[in-house]
Ligand binder design. Structure first.
Ligand SMILES: NC(=O)c1ccc[n+]([C@@H]2O[C@H](COP(=O)([O-])OP(=O)(O)OC[C@H]3O[C@@H](n4cnc5c(N)ncnc54)[C@H](OP(=O)(O)O)[C@@H]3O)[C@@H](O)[C@H]2O)c1
Length: 369
């Protein structure tokens, strides 16, 4: 009896302590927005947000960054918008907030990742780049006139046959498609690959990359995008408004799922016995607001030991090496970025709103003067 009471009280106290800790952490959660109130001595324009939510995005003058010894200063000519950005803008899935993104307010108040631009200055340890080089890649805070990526990280020389807009579209979407197909899917020539969400940012790269690996590609999109996906090289295109790919007779070696709108068992049904299901997409900004795609990821992990097929999620890891692989594919004409709309830096909120609708055709671009 006594032991039971001690356990009850101990558990009660732990819950109370956790609740108190959460309340204090929530209300003390803050960010560096205060420093934006000072007039910058060397200003540049950038998109900043001090609180979660699209209406809180502002175009503001902030201090222009100075490269350290290992960084390069890039004048951004174009950036691109990704669902990744709206996860940070909305702070969803909420689990992200507990994992360091900021409980009540975003810790990092800068937005954007993908960029293309011109090198203006280099740190003293940098040997790979020189002022005047045209580059592309990924660096936090890319919705701005300047960024300072580390020279050894996700930045590479822009292929001469690409515009800045095209090059800015590559980093997240291109690398995700490449790593999903090559590393997770291990796509081999002749294999049957299904790409669900073939007309979006990741999908348009994935169709072309899978074709460059010699795969037989089936793309899934709506009626208005059928011709686009076919023109990218897809051997078959399924219009999801007329036909459900999960109910078809065709079997696939790899499913790359940008739109997880079918259950795992439905996807399994159309996978060959040794097929691979590679989940990329986590749904829209208002779906599963607490845990996002993680529930489905756990289901796939639980299922995996009992089935012959491989099922799991892939998180892209941007790198200079893979930007180089994509640059070669684009230089040779095997992959060509698809641009949907372009917006100005001041119109980033409109660009994000458009992307949030979930029907972008290829990539949405931000252009800078
Ligand atoms: N795991 C990672 O590392 C990683 C990296 C990048 C992106 N992602 C995730 O991957 C997903 C896709 O990213 P994205 O950049 O390609 O997004 P996106 O550009 O917004 O993709 C939109 C595309 O989805 C298509 N779509 C919408 N409903 C569909 C349906 N029912 N069936 C088939 N296609 C449908 C749309 O085609 P229609 O207009 O024809 O409907 C549109 O072309 C997002 O959830 C994103 O968060 C994950």
């Amino acid at each position: 009896m006594k032991l039971r009471r001690i356990i009850k009280w101990t558990l009660g106290l732990i819950v109370l302590a956790l609740a108190a800790f959460f309340c204090v952490a929530y209300w003390t959660s803050t960010n560096d927005c205060d420093r934006y109130s000072a007039t910058p001595s060397n200003p540049m324009k950038a998109i900043v947000y001090c609180d979660y939510g699209l209406p809180n995005l502002k175009l503001q003058e902030i201090e222009k960054p100075v490269p350290n010894d290992d960084q390069i200063l890039v004048r951004v000519r174009a950036a691109s918008v990704n669902p990744y950005d709206w996860h940070f803008i909305e702070g969803t899935p909420y689990i992200m907030r507990f994992l360091g993104v900021g409980l009540r307010k975003p810790k990092d108040t800068r937005l954007g990742v993908d960029f293309a631009g011109t090198v203006e200055a280099i740190g003293k340890n940098v040997t790979q780049f020189k002022p005047g080089d045209e580059v592309f890649g990924g660096r936090g805070g890319a919705f701005a006139e300047y960024v300072c990526p580390r020279a050894s990280r996700a930045v590479a020389l822009k292929p001469a046959n690409l515009t800045f807009e095209q090059a800015a579209s590559v980093n997240i979407a291109g690398i995700t498609a490449l790593q999903a197909l090559r590393d997770k899917g291990n796509v081999q020539p002749g294999q049957k690959v299904l790409i669900n969400g073939a007309s979006g940012g990741v999908g348009t790269f994935a169709v072309q990359i899978a074709k460059s690996f010699g795969a037989d590609v089936t793309g899934v999109c709506s009626a208005r995008n059928v011709e686009l996906v076919r023109s990218l090289g897809a051997d078959q295109v399924i219009d999801y408004t007329k036909e459900d790919f999960a109910k078809g007779e065709r079997r696939y070696d790899i499913i790359l799922d940008n739109v997880p709108n079918h259950s795992l068992s439905e996807c399994r049904r159309i996978l060959n016995p040794n097929g691979k299901y590679v989940m990329i997409g986590g749904g829209g900004p208002n779906e599963s607001r607490w845990v996002g795609p993680f529930g489905r990821v756990i289901s796939a992990m639980v299922l995996s030991p009992f089935i012959s097929q491989k099922m799991g999620m892939m998180m892209a890891d941007t790198s200079q090496k893979d930007l180089g692989v994509l640059a070669d594919l684009m230089q040779s004409g095997k992959v060509k970025p698809v641009i949907d709309r372009t917006y100005k830096l001041s119109e980033v909120p409109e660009a994000i709103r458009y992307l949030e609708e979930g029907h972008a055709r290829g990539k949405v671009i931000i252009t800078l003067e």
